[in-house]
Design a protein around this ligand. Sequence first.
Ligand code: UGA
Length: 594
Amino acid sequence: RTPPVRNICCVGAGYVGGPTAAVIAFQNPHIRVTVVDRDEKRIRRWNSQHPPIYEPGLNDILRVARDGSRQCIVCTESECSDGSSQCGGNGCASTTVAARLPNLFFTTDVAKCISEADVVLIAVNTPTKSRGTGAGSATDMAAFEAVTAVVAQHARPGAIIVEKSTVPCRTAELVQDTLSLHRPNVHFEVLSNPEFLAAGTAIKDLLTADRILIGSSSTPAGHRAAAALASVYASWVPKSRIITTNIFSSELAKLVANSMLAQRISSINSIAAICDATGADVDEVASAIGADSRIGSKFLNAGIGFGGSCFKKDVLSLVYLAETLILPEVAEYWRAVIMMNEYSRNRFVARVVRCLNNTLSGKKVTLFGYAFKKDTNDTRESPALDIIRTLAEEGPQEIAIFDPCCIPAQMEDEIRRFVGANFLKADGGPVAVYGNAYAACEGSDAVMITTAFDEFKNSATGEITIAGRPKACSVDPRPFEHTEPTEGDLLALHTYLQRMVTPATPVASVLDPLDRLNPFPTCTEDCPDCELEKATGTTGYGAGEEYVPKARLDWRKIHYHMRKPRWVFDGRGVLDISEMERLGFRVESVGRQS
Ligand code: UGA
C-alpha cells in the first residue's frame, strides 16, 4: 500500500527548491510543505512580500499557499468572484467556498523540519567543480553531500529521500551509502525526481509540466516510494505525464535533456555561420527544418549561444561522465557543443570589431541585455559577461550596458566579481552601467543586442503593449530588498503609472518607456509598507488588477542619440532588419539576411 504523504521538507530555497515547493503546496492543501535553508537572509525574504527570485506568477502562488486564502474546494479557484458564497471561477457553480489555511512554510530550522518529513527533497546547488580532480567539468557535490549527511542524521525512519538537484548518474548509490553510514540499521528509499523548469517560466512549467520523471530502485519498496511521490504530483499533473524509470535512467535523463537542448542551439549556430558565408538565412532554414514534426520548431533560435547556470554545467557533467567511463569519443562529441557555443560568441564579437574598421579605440559600444535570457534577472553564465571581457581587450573608450530587468548596482558588483576588478569606469576601466536605455546609447557607435527582451524589439512608434493576465502587482518586476519608498519615488511612480497605462494616453506622448527602470519600489498588492496599491488604483484597470508593462524602445530616439554610422548588431534575432535599415541603421544579425 502506498504510504500517504502528509509532510514534505525541501532542503534548499533557491531557484528550484522555492518555486517547486510553492507549487506542490499550492496544489496539495492537505500536505504541509516546509522549505529549509541555513541562509537566514534568504529565508527572511521568502517570508516577506519580496521573495529572493523573480518569477511570473510566484507571488500569486505564495499568497495562497504561504499566506492562506479563501478557496473553492471544488475547482480550487483561489478567490471567489463575488468574495462570498459562490465560486464562479472557471464556470464552477459551487457554493462550497472554504477558507484555506497556510501550508507552505520557510524556515532555517533544518534538523526539526527534516525529522518531521515523510518526504525530503534535496534541492541544493550542484555547480561545476572549480578545483581538484575534474575541475572545469565534474559536478561539485560538496553542498549536496553535506546536506545528504544532515538528512541522514535527522530523517525519520522510512522517510523517502528525493534527489531534486541535478546530479551525476549513479549519485543515488552515494546517497544510500551516506544514509547507511549514519543510520546503519534504518531503511530509507532514495528517489530521483529531476526538475525541468526554466528560469522566467518556472511557475508555468511547474503547473503545466510536459512530464514528471521519477526514478526509483526496482524493489517493491522502491516502487511504493515512487508511487507515494507520484501521488503528490497527481494532484495536478495527468497520470500519463508521470514517468517512472530506474533511478540511474532518471538521473541521466536530466543531463541528457539539457545536453540535447544545448546541442540544438549549437547545431543551429553552426548553420548560422554557414548562412553568413553563403547568403542563406538562418531563420528561414530553421523554420523550414522545424516544420518537420520529427525535428520540431523550438530551440532553433540562432544567436550568441546559450547561457545560464544549467546547460554548460550539465553538458560538461556528461563530458566528465564519458571521460571517467573511458569513452573519449563520446566525451569529445559533447564537448563540441560547448566549443560551438564559445565560437558563436566570438564570431559575433569579431563581426562587431570587423565592421568598426578593426578597432574599438576611441569608440563606444552599447550592450542591450545583461541577463542570460529574457524576463529574468538571472545573470549566471550570461553571454554578456564573456562579450564584455572580449570587447574590453579591444581597448574601447566605453562599453555601456543596459538591462531592463537587472539592477544597475548589482550589475556593477557582479562585473567586479566575475569579469574583473578593473573593468568598471569607477575602477579605471571602460565599462559603465546605465539605468536608462537612451542614455546608454548617447554617442555610441554600435548597439549590440545580447538578450532577447521584448522591450528591444523594434517598434518605430515606441508602442506599448500591455501583456499578461491583469492581476496583482508587477510595475517593476525586479526583486528589491524592500526599502521604504521616498516621497520622490512615489511621485515618480504616480507620474509613471499615469503616463504608461491610462488607456486614453496617446502613444506619441508616451516617451521614454524604459524610464520605468529608475528605482521604483517593487511591491505586492497587499504590502502594508508602501503605497503601490493606491497607485495602481489610479490606472483605470480596476482595483487589485495588475498590468505587466512591456514598453518597447523607440529606435528612432536611439538613432538620434547614436554616432554615425549607427551600427546595430543583433545577437538574438529580435529585430526586423529591413525596418531597422529603413530607420537609418546599419544592421548585422548572425546569419540572418535583410
Ligand atoms: C534550462 C532548460 O530549458 C530547463 O528545462 C531546465 O530545467 C533548466 O535548464 C535547468 O536545468 O535548471 P534555462 O537555462 O533556465 O532552462 O533557460 P532556457 O530557456 O533553456 O535558455 C537557456 C539559454 O539558451 C538562454 O541563454 C537562451 O537565450 C538560449 N537559447 C534558447 C538560445 O540561444 N536559442 C534558443 O533557441 C533557445
